[in-house]
Design a protein around this ligand. Sequence first.
Ligand code: NAP
Length: 249
Amino acid sequence: MTDKVIIITGGSRGIGRATALAAAGRGYRVVIGYASNKAAADEVVAAIEAKNGKAIAVKCDVAEESDVLSLFAAADEFGTLGALVNNGGIVGKSGVRVDEMSAERIQRVMAVNVTGSILCAREAVKRMSTKHGGKGGVIINISSAAARLGSANTYVDYAASKGAIDSFTVGLGHEVAGEGIRVAAIRPGLIDTEIHAAGGEPDRAHRLAPMVPMKRVGTAEEIANAILWLMSDEASYVTGAILDVSGGR
Ligand code: NAP
């Protein structure tokens, strides 16, 4: 158990929501970042408080530096930061080839998925690194199996953004390994959340499930469990590592 603060970007729905509930169960004081869905974020706070946990919701589009600074300032008021989960992420419309992609779409995917994660990690390192007087901590980046598979004819820009997250995880992990901070990433496979509907194909995960060696989609809770393990002392020698949680694909 811990009473440290955890920041979860995109904590209002899907994998972030499941992670928020699981982290509260381990005693974390949970800061839930959300992009626009305040009602969903408030519902997660209420669910945590109903079990005597502590949580707050803060609006934060991670692509906006000023929002990231506000998110971390709110967390500072809440307690000592011990963990960051870089989870907030987006896909563009599914089924768009690279030769059809607008610059605006590519830039937005990169700004949210890559720049946003790096900005949040920067603020976390400033607070957690022993080099800056901090007490250490853990940063978990949410990548995707798409980083390995490439997502041809689906959303190659998204896959490339997650490839960047993998490289970032290795590099940052090495950079702060001597400063009390562990950094790891998870590559979820096909997980049953609303992100597929956001890409225009609500049924995508279930349609592709037969291609997964385990022949099923994964749940947000299965990703949350892996995140919580990576954050725990049981993973004390894990850093710069990327874990596939994808049913074998
Ligand atoms: P989801 O159900 O669509 O939820 C997305 C979450 O991200 C929401 O909380 C949303 O906030 C937030 N968000 C959206 N844009 C944001 C922004 N600009 N800044 C900050 N937060 C933002 O998605 P999910 O499936 O749980 O995905 C979570 C992470 O897992 C993403 O990084 C995704 O790429 C990754 N992933 C998912 C799958 C999968 O199959 N589901 C597979 C591999 C990787 P609002 O509620 O305010 O909109």
